[in-house]
Write a protein that binds this ligand. Structure first.
Ligand SMILES: [Zn+2]
Ligand SMILES: [Zn+2]
Length: 161
């Protein structure tokens, strides 16, 4: 499915192909909560890096999480430098993926048949988990990229930054 997206001010626009255009991953980690989630979590979906076409690239800025040991995460979270909209995550370890955040996508997305709730051990106390019986729940995050599909690789628990 071809997806169109843009930041709130419209300076950065993009198109990409998504094999699984269901925004099913909800991540409650401290990074997603602060940078993305007014609701206390971020929602993203799969995106094929080879297909991405970006306009306004010069207005992108990248945030890399600094871990407790002082190293920077290889994951890059891309934002519009003008309006601050977070657009997608990129990680060289999974070079074929560029998971966009659902909030940056303008194409009408299908309703996910089920959700995956990730990093629940890091969930803020004020965040409610609205789940269906078929949903999958993880205290942390599953390791395999094929299993989690699109999760951010820099997601941190509440003891991290
Ligand atoms: Zn913008
Ligand atoms: Zn996260």
């Amino acid at each position: 499915m071809k997806l169109d997206g843009f930041c709130h001010c419209g300076t950065v626009t993009f198109q990409l192909d998504s094999k699984h255009p269901y925004p099913f991953n909800k991540c409650y980690c401290s990074v997603c909560r602060k940078t993305q989630g007014g609701n206390g979590y971020a929602i993203n979906l799969s995106g094929n890096f080879n297909s991405i076409d970006i306009t306004g690239r010069e207005n992108l800025t990248v945030y890399r999480v600094r871990f407790e040991d002082g190293t920077d995460s290889p994951s890059e979270r891309s934002f519009c430098a003008k309006c601050g909209s977070e657009l997608w995550v990129r990680d060289p370890r999974w070079s074929e993926l560029v998971p966009p955040f659902a909030s940056s996508v303008n194409t009408q997305l299908p309703t996910p048949p089920e959700f995956t709730h990730l990093m629940l051990e890091s969930k803020a106390t004020w965040v409610g988990v609205h789940e269906n019986p078929s949903d999958k729940r993880f205290a942390n995050t599953p390791i395999s990229p094929s299993r989690i599909g699109t999760n951010d690789l820099d997601c941190r628990n509440k003891d991290g930054k």
